[in-house]
Design a protein around this ligand. Sequence first.
Ligand SMILES: NC(=O)c1ccc[n+]([C@@H]2O[C@H](COP(=O)([O-])OP(=O)(O)OC[C@H]3O[C@@H](n4cnc5c(N)ncnc54)[C@H](O)[C@@H]3O)[C@@H](O)[C@H]2O)c1
Length: 251
Amino acid sequence: MQVKDKIVIVTGAGSGIGAATAKHFAKHHATVIVSDIKEEKAKTTVEQIKQEGGKAVVITANVAKYEDVEQLISETVSQFGQLDVIVNNAGIGPRNMSKTAEYTLEDWDSVIAVNQTGVFYCMKLALQQMMKQGSGNIVNIASLAGLKASLNNLSYCASKFAVVGMTKSAALEYATKNIRINAVCPGYTESALLSKLLSVRPDMDDMLKSVIPMKRYGQAEEIAEAVVWLASENTKFITGQTITLDGGTSL
Ligand SMILES: NC(=O)c1ccc[n+]([C@@H]2O[C@H](COP(=O)([O-])OP(=O)(O)OC[C@H]3O[C@@H](n4cnc5c(N)ncnc54)[C@H](O)[C@@H]3O)[C@@H](O)[C@H]2O)c1
């Protein structure tokens, strides 16, 4: 995949899909800025990339804080001179799964702040830099929950529908500017996020697998493959699209 020498930020790259994506970019000879709210986790991803001979640095940022995202983009540009790709992956789920009437204000606010407003901050500030350069590529990590209803999970579902909407709207705005913006919509994928859900509701394991036609969860590396492909020079005519990777669940 053609991402050699690209300067790539991956948010939430200390774990799961973000870590797998950072490693996949590095494997294809991109330079990766591994960003996460948790510095230790980001450092681990960078060490793993370096052990494989790849290029990566840590820049810590909480995507829900505008000043952190400003710092992330400006430090990237001062260290590497440009920003070719940003993968907006950082995301969280609610503490409690509950119906809308019982949904806590805390679960509403925290999830929207990271998953929706965080993606807006990253897109806004990355696009300012990409417009200066005259090129760029954004891949947002949405979810199957951004395409269809999701039970007892209102803020997560709302935030991921928003990510799909932001992807399409911004793609239209920048289509003539040599900037492409796409999203991937993973179904249930093995990661800390899924483990957390299953630790609270172990009964959901069989239930979830029963609704996946392939009868297994996705692997973070399988999602990473699609992200790097969308960010690469191999997909120059694709913008504003969502690619669903869900083992057939949406069928
Ligand atoms: N795992 C799944 O089944 C699944 C399915 C669909 C979509 N997704 C989406 O994929 C993305 C990655 O999820 P994952 O499953 O790899 O989860 P994960 O919990 O393994 O990783 C998320 C990472 O984001 C970081 N993070 C959390 N809040 C942050 C913040 N405010 N700023 C910066 N970093 C922050 C965490 O420290 C963590 O390293 C999320 O957007 C998630 O909604 C996951």
